[in-house]
Ligand binder design. Structure first.
Ligand code: HEC
Length: 135
């Protein structure tokens, strides 16, 4: 009896872990990305290097997650934009550590450019007025 229970508990754990590792809703990822992006812009405006570095590091992770999502779906252009965004975020971290504000702004423009490129092609308003993925 106890053994059965143990087995069930283990199976349940494995199941929950699996769920946690599975993809979260795309929308949630986008909202986090938008939040980090706004925060980065504010930190850049305020010339707060420390805050900007943290935001850019977070953005790099989120872009990586996005890149995985699109590469799984085999959408080449979106995968590339996600990759470019991640590269720009990484360059911001680097420039920030080097104290190069100008380079940070240039890379920030590159980063936000990827938002528009991808939205223009892969985002559309659904019948309920909510954003959805268009492939
Ligand atoms: C590789 C493609 C891609 C890139 C790059 C991208 N997005 Fe998106 N985004 C989408 C798609 C597709 C949707 C619509 C699906 C959704 O909202 O769930 C979306 C939706 C959104 C939404 C609406 C979320 C909602 O449903 O309420 C916001 C906000 C957003 N993106 C912000 C950004 C910002 C900011 C960036 C750049 C820093 C960015 N996105 C970069 C593809 C992308």
């Amino acid at each position: 009896m106890i053994r059965t229970w143990k087995f069930c508990a283990t199976a349940l754990c494995a199941f929950v872990l699996c769920l946690a590792a599975a993809e979260r809703p795309y929308e949630e990822m986008m909202k986090e990305l938008a939040g980090a992006c706004t925060s980065l812009k504010n930190n850049l405006d305020a010339k707060s290097m420390e805050g900007a570095t943290a935001d850019a590091a977070k953005l790099e992770k989120l872009f990586k997650e996005m890149e995985k999502f699109w590469s799984k779906k085999k959408v080449a252009d979106a995968t590339q934009w996600a990759k470019d965004g991640g590269t720009a975020a990484r360059m911001i971290v680097k420039a920030s550590k080097a104290g190069n504000g100008e380079e940070m702004m240039t890379q920030f423009k590159n980063l936000t450019g990827t938002c528009k490129s991808c939205h223009d092609v892969h985002r559309e308003k659904g019948p309920d007025g909510k954003w959805q993925i268009k492939i």
